[in-house]
Design a protein around this ligand. Structure first.
Ligand SMILES: [Zn+2]
Length: 321
């Protein structure tokens, strides 16, 4: 039997050409993460089968090698505030089965838990993710009605070329969850602080849509066809300043930082236009808060401390108008 070194050599070279750029990208992105956070991604990552904040951590899983790649791409595209908040997480859990989190990820006391499916299925549930992250449980009506997500579709555009191609569905959901962490570490007095009172905000919407009315009807199905300030919601969200802040933060980052515009359709009808979120009375103050937070460059510990202090005393970008 003759041996063909040229053929073997060519095969080896072709394999190498195909694998080296991916591996090279991986090495480069991981080192960029380490530069930003002054800690390698391995120090954060915890692989788990089921979510368990005090449970054992696997540092890697042979069934999902490079699971952190999509995460790092979104991280590197994110605004400085999101990067800093991510670096300050205690742990990032990549959870194989995360059925109990409808968004595919959740934040709790310094830990971010992310389902494997979020990091694998690019754009597959993009419409889902946008609705979940921006409209929160407002999305429940659509979620229940359109159990088959193929009936929901999103038309979107991105006005600027991202530095790295990333999954917008994961990015939009991550921006929502990291907002809960941002609130915890920078907004000691909560997202309501430095805003006009809730009664004032409530007075701008019809009495039949205020919080006490919605809470009394929280189990009732509220149609998405009602008015746009509250029509696609339930009391859980519209009356929770924390959820409103996370939704508004995600919406703001998605539009102004990533440059996305979108419309979501169900049954061929427009179900949610991006502008509905930006004009909803309940969101306006939280959008202003997101903008104020994102105006800090976050480059030094002094700036980060300044941010907390400014919010505490309602000065600078947090001044009440
Ligand atoms: Zn939330």
């Amino acid at each position: 039997m003759r041996f063909y070194p040229l053929f073997v050599g060519t095969f080896f070279l072709v394999s190498l050409i195909a694998t080296v750029p991916v591996f090279h990208e991986y090495v480069v992105l991981r080192s960029q993460f380490e530069i930003e956070c002054a800690k390698p991604i391995q120090d954060y990552v915890c692989f788990q089968d089921r979510p368990d904040r005090d449970g054992e951590c696997q540092k890697s899983d042979p069934d999902f090698p490079n699971a952190d790649l999509e995460f790092i791409r979104v991280f590197l595209n994110s605004p400085p505030l999101v990067k800093q908040a991510t670096c300050s997480l205690e742990r990032i859990n990549f959870v194989h089965y995360l059925d109990q989190a409808p968004g595919g990820l959740f934040y709790e006391d310094g830990q971010m838990s992310i389902a494997w499916s979020m990091l694998k299925n690019r754009e597959f549930l993009f419409a889902d993710r946008v609705l979940w992250a921006h409209a929160g449980y407002k999305f429940k009506d659509l979620f229940v009605k359109y159990a088959d997500r193929r009936e929901l579709w999103i038309e979107f555009q991105q006005s600027k070329e991202p530095d790295l191609v990333f999954d917008p569905g994961f990015a939009v959901a991550y921006a929502h969850e990291i907002a809960h962490h941002i609130e915890q570490i920078y907004l000691q007095n909560g997202p309501q602080h430095c805003t006009k009172t809730d009664q004032a905000a409530n007075s701008t919407i019809a009495p039949s849509n205020n919080c006490s009315f919605l809470e009394s009807k929280s189990q009732a199905k509220i149609s998405i066809d009602l008015d746009k300030d509250s029509g696609f919601t339930r009391a859980y969200d519209i009356c929770s300043p924390k959820e409103q802040f996370a939704q508004a933060f995600s919406a703001y980052v998605f539009k102004h930082h990533f440059g996305f515009s979108f419309n979501i359709y169900a049954d061929g009808q427009l179900a949610l236009a991006q502008n509905d979120i930006f004009t909803a009375a309940k969101f306006t103050q939280k959008l202003d808060l997101a903008e104020a937070l994102l105006s800090y460059d976050m480059t030094s510990p002094e700036v980060r401390l300044q941010l907390s202090q400014d919010h505490e005393s309602c000065r600078g970008p947090f001044a009440i108008n």
